[in-house]
Structures are given as C-alpha cells and as structure tokens.
Design a protein around this ligand. Structure first.
Ligand code: SF4
Length: 234
C-alpha cells in the first residue's frame, strides 16, 4: 500500500486517543528507522517524549538547535536526557550558511523584513530538518489544533507535501489544560519559561511572553502582523 493510501486507513482506523497503541501500530507498519519524533522541548513534546521513552519504543527523537535558543531550553534538553537516560539527536544549521548570513546581513536580519525572517528560519530550521527527515516516512509532532487558526485545519494523520511523508499529530485535540495536567501529574521536566509567561517557545530573539488574553502564538515573531506564524516546518 502506498503511503498516501495508508494515510486514509490510519485516519479511519486508528484511535484519536490511544497514542501508545497508535505508535505501536505505526511501528508495525514502518521500519523503525523511518519513523521519528521531533522535539522542541515544549510541554506538548515532553508528553510524546515521555510516551516513547517510558515505553522503550524504538522511535528516534531529534531536536533542532538553531543556535539562537534560550538557555532554559538547553537546560530542559539536559534534564530530559538525565531523566530518561536516553539519547536525543541534535541537528544544527550548516556553519557556512550562518557565516554567509552574518557576513551579508548581520546577526539580527530577521527583524528587518519578513523575507529575512523566513530566510533565517529556512537556514536554521528547514534545511536542518530536511537532513533529519531524509528517508523518513512518518514524522510525529506535538502540534495542537488550538495553537493557531492554521493548525485547526490539520488532521491527526496528514500528508506533508514539503517533506513527502505522513505526519502524525497525536495531541491535535488536546487542550492546554490537558497538556499541563499530564506534565505536572507525571512530574516531567519542562522549560522554566512556561512559569514566566511564555506559552510557545522558539528562538530567544523571536519569542516573548504573552498576556493572559493573547493568542498562544502571538509571542512568536511578535513584530510581524497578519502573517502565518510558522517557520516553515509545519
Ligand atoms: S525563529 Fe528567529 S532566530 Fe530562529 S530561525 Fe527563525 S528567524 Fe532565525
């Protein structure tokens, strides 16, 4: 069965709730080298990491180090590795890409235009994830529908045209409260920035804390208006 046909089968027959059972089914359908999970150490991602590591599932977990992350994010990376005593792979941007970017535009070009911001995200996130997803057929993410208008249109299993693979979003219909409860009840390591008013955490220069009534992703690229607040990964 081609993966595009498999997609229909997965959306029709797999549970929208039992993530562990779904991951076990996916591991029977895909070679375990072809199914991966990407984490940014968000609360959501910590839940999926917990399900994978706690149950010893043979699914590779990787993260992207853009070079501009918060120190708190590196701390939660270390805490997570120590907590589970498991490996997490890290993908970096190509050094020559960043050397050229700095030489031509400096270290803060992303504030100057949407084009520049997308260029930086492309070099620091999209290019590295292309390497991380090479040969992968199923990519698991921690996306939730209520994080943004664009994400409300997503499905549990979807075809990702950019990376030519099936994307599985197991937490799609989880609420923020569901996420907080899981992390707190299981006492999982999480990023300290959540306790300081950050609800969506990306690169340090492009993320700020938000007020109670603001949209979750409004703290990302806050100087941009009326743009889809995504970096090219989703
Ligand atoms: S979030 Fe900001 S610093 Fe990070 S890759 Fe995108 S533009 Fe660059």
């Amino acid at each position: 069965m081609s993966n595009k046909f498999l997609l229909k089968d997965l959306n029709k027959n797999l549970s929208k709730k039992d993530i562990l059972q779904n991951l076990q089914i996916l591991l029977k359908k895909f070679d375990n080298k072809k199914i991966v999970f990407s984490t940014s150490f968000s609360m959501e991602d910590q839940i999926i990491t917990d399900i994978i590591f706690f149950n010893n599932l043979p699914i590779k977990i990787f993260t992207l180090d853009t070079g501009r992350l918060f120190e708190d994010t590196y701390k939660v990376l270390k805490k997570t590795i120590d907590f589970y005593k498991k490996k997490i792979f890290t993908f970096f941007p190509e050094s020559q890409d960043i050397e050229k970017l700095y030489f031509e535009k400096g270290a803060f070009s992303f504030y100057l235009s949407l084009e520049n911001r997308k260029e930086c995200c492309f070099l620091r996130k999209v290019k590295p994830i292309k390497r991380a997803l090479k040969g992968v057929e199923c990519w698991i993410t921690g996306i939730r529908a209520t994080q943004s208008e664009a994400r409300k249109k997503l499905d549990f299993f979807m075809w990702d045209e950019n990376f030519n693979l099936i994307k599985y979003n197991p937490l799609l219909n989880w609420s923020l409260e569901d996420v907080n409860d899981y992390v707190k009840n299981k006492n999982l390591p999480y990023n300290n920035l959540y306790d300081k008013g950050f609800l969506s955490i990306g690169c340090e220069p492009c993320t700020r804390k938000i007020k109670k009534d603001e949209d979750i992703r409004s703290g990302r690229w806050w100087w941009e208006n009326n743009t889809k607040k995504e970096c090219g990964l989703h």
